[in-house]
Every structure is written in structure tokens, then in C-alpha cells.
Design a protein around this ligand. Structure first.
Ligand code: ISE
Length: 336
């Protein structure tokens, strides 16, 4: 295969960012199809993918014979309906997080993939491709600073769009930490406790935040996550790891420093699109290489399910205010 022909389903900000990335910066792939019900958005995306064709559904795009792989960037609620025909066609797919909105649908996806007999779903947990997280995972594994004792995470957005509701603090945003904490510690999350911090009056009325989320792993690590989506000043994802003999910190801005009018300042990111730009590039390039061989090059559907199951416990805690246990199905041998 010369170029992997990719169909993009959903051309909001993330879908469009991936289209630009694939057609301009990645090697080995081109955008051949766009599926987006909002015609204005579809046309705006086509500007970046002039050779692509618009289709009304993923089924039609697959039937056209123009599609070797798919990238799903619709809101999570639509993922299952899009993933099922892709799995049936055996086409490799990168699906943005959350894989699905709830546990039953996540398990249905895993079961369908297992039945199809091949791992073809990669879930868009781009943090696993971020240099800082990769270094931190190595640091933890090496035990150079002794055993890992705790993680302090801050996940801060300047603001969120109108359609971002209170549950999305957990389901859309902390869904990343449900994955990355498990990945850093190599241990599943067994309990979740959400605490309300003093409410930011600048937050939209529908949101009760910031929140502090305590994730406890089976191995006994507690990760604190400050989830904050109205910080106004910029976008930050910072992790401090506490070890027996020292500390490690990742995620501070390395933006340009300026000295002006008696002050020193450093540029900060304002969006995940720039904060994780390199991670997205590495994630998508790894996926393209693997998809050309018919497989995946990153977190799989079971990782997607594990995050969704953690989110379910997180949502229960958001409602009850209590510590809630997370439980998981036994991992099928297929995912070992
Ligand atoms: C968004 O969907 C993302 O995935 C970002 O990484 C996260 O920081 C943001 O809070 C989410 O809404």
C-alpha cells in the first residue's frame, strides 16, 4: 500500500486538527473521506483535504472502496454506532477518547473486536506519547529514586465550550487521568473520590468546579487530580511524582521567556492542541505505521474500557460525594 487512505468521522476542532496533521506533517497517509453531518464544518475541513470526498455515513465511505483506515473524532456518544461497521469491515481505526460513554457499550466494542479476531481499535490517549509522561514512566520503572509513593496531577483548562456539562469534568477530562495514572503505575484504579473545591465564580453556572479527584491504584498509590476548567490564564497539565528519595515533575511550560519592563515572563499554552501537539503527531504517526500493517500502535480497546469503567466510578462519586469502588471485568486473553 503506498498511502493509507483515511476516513475522518467528525470534523470538529480535534478532527480538523488531525486532518491538517495527516495531510501536512505525517508520512504514509492521506485523507480520502470526510463524514460530518454539519455541512459548514465538512466544507471547512475539505479545505485542508482537497482530494477527500464527503460521505453521508461511514458505511457509504467503506462501500466506496476509498477507505483503508478510519479516525473517529465525533463526541463519545456517537462512537459505538460508528465503530461497529468499522469493526465489521476489519478496518484499523483510531478512536478519540472516551471510547464510549458507558461500560456496557465499551464492553460491546471489546466483544465485537474480539469476535472479529484482530486488534484494530487504537484509543486516542495521546498523553502516552508525550515526552514528559514517557520520561516519568521510565523514571518510575527504574526505581532510581526509590518506590513511587504518590502523584499530584493538575489538569487545567482556560475555559470550556457551551456543550461541556458538569459530568464531562470526569467523563471527558479526568478520563485522561484514569488512563495515564494506570499507565504510569502499571496498576488499575480501584477507588475514586471526588471532592468539591471552593467554587470558582468565574465558572459557567452549570459547572460546579474546580474539583479534586483522588484516584487510588491497586498497588496503593494515591493520585490527586485538580480538575479545573475555568482557570482563564492558559492550559496546564502538570504531574509531580513523589518517590522515597526524591521528586520528579513534568509538564511545566518551556515557552519563550521574555524580560520586559522590569519583569520576567514565560509563554504558557492556551489549549491542548498546542500543549500536546508533538504527542498527537507521534500518536498519529505510530498509528499510521501500524494501520498500514492492519493493526494498532498504541492503547487498545481494553485500555479504552478500563478508563470508561474508572469514569463510571468517578461519576458515582461526583454524585454521592463518597469514595466509590471501581470494578472491572476479567481481561479476555485476547487483550493480553
Ligand atoms: C478535551 O476533550 C481533551 O481531551 C483535553 O485533553 C482535556 O484537557 C479537556 O479537558 C477535554 O475537554
Amino acid at each position: 500500500m503506498s498511502l493509507l487512505r483515511v476516513a475522518v468521522i467528525g470534523t470538529g476542532s480535534m478532527g480538523t486538527d488531525h486532518i491538517i496533521r495527516i495531510n501536512n506533517r505525517m508520512s504514509g497517509a492521506t485523507i480520502s473521506a470526510i463524514i460530518e453531518p454539519d455541512q459548514k464544518r465538512a466544507d471547512a475541513a475539505l479545505v485542508h483535504a482537497p482530494d477527500a470526498k464527503k460521505f453521508a455515513s461511514i458505511e457509504e465511505a467503506i462501500a466506496s472502496g476509498l477507505v483503508d483506515a478510519a479516525l473517529v473524532a465525533t463526541p463519545g456518544d456517537f462512537h459505538e454506532a460508528v465503530l461497529m461497521p468499522i469493526i465489521a469491515a476489519g478496518i484499523p481505526v483510531l478512536c478519540e477518547k472516551p471510547m464510549t460513554p458507558d461500560v456496557p457499550s465499551a464492553l460491546r466494542i471489546c466483544a465485537a473486536e474480539e469476535k472479529a479476531g484482530k486488534k484494530i481499535i487504537q484509543v486516542g490517549f495521546m498523553r502516552r506519547f508525550d515526552e514528559g509522561y514517557i520520561e516519568l514512566r521510565d523514571q518510575i520503572k527504574s526505581e532510581r529514586l526509590g518506590e513511587l509513593l504518590a502523584l499530584h496531577c493538575a489538569h487545567r483548562n482556560p475555559s470550556v465550550p457551551d456543550w461541556y456539562g458538569n459530568d464531562m469534568l470526569i467523563a471527558d477530562s479526568v478520563s485522561h487521568e484514569f488512563d495515564i495514572v494506570r499507565y504510569l503505575t502499571d496498576s488499575p484504579i480501584v477507588s475514586v473520590e471526588v471532592k468539591q473545591l471552593k467554587r470558582n465564580k468565574l465558572a459557567p453556572e452549570r459547572l460546579n468546579e474546580p474539583i479534586l479527584v483522588l484516584l487510588e491504584t491497586e498497588s496503593g498509590i494515591i493520585a490527586t487530580v485538580e480538575m479545573n476548567v475555568s482557570v482563564q490564564f492558559g492550559y496546564q497539565v502538570i504531574t509531580e511524582a513523589v518517590f522515597q528519595k526524591g521528586l520528579a515533575e513534568i509538564g511545566r511550560s518551556s515557552g519563550m521567556k521574555t524580560w520586559e519592563a522590569g519583569r520576567e515572563s514565560q509563554a504558557e499554552h492556551v489549549s491542548y492542541i498546542t500543549r500536546f501537539a508533538r504527542a498527537y503527531d507521534d500518536e498519529i504517526q505510530a498509528w499510521i505505521h501500524a494501520a498500514k500493517k492492519g493493526g494498532i500502535g498504541g492503547p487498545n480497546a481494553w485500555d479504552g474500557y478500563m478508563s470508561v469503567a474508572g469514569v463510571q466510578a468517578g461519576l458515582a462519586s461526583l454524585r454521592s460525594g463518597n469514595k466509590e469502588q471501581a470494578s472491572y471485568e476479567k481481561k479476555p486473553a485476547f487483550y493480553n
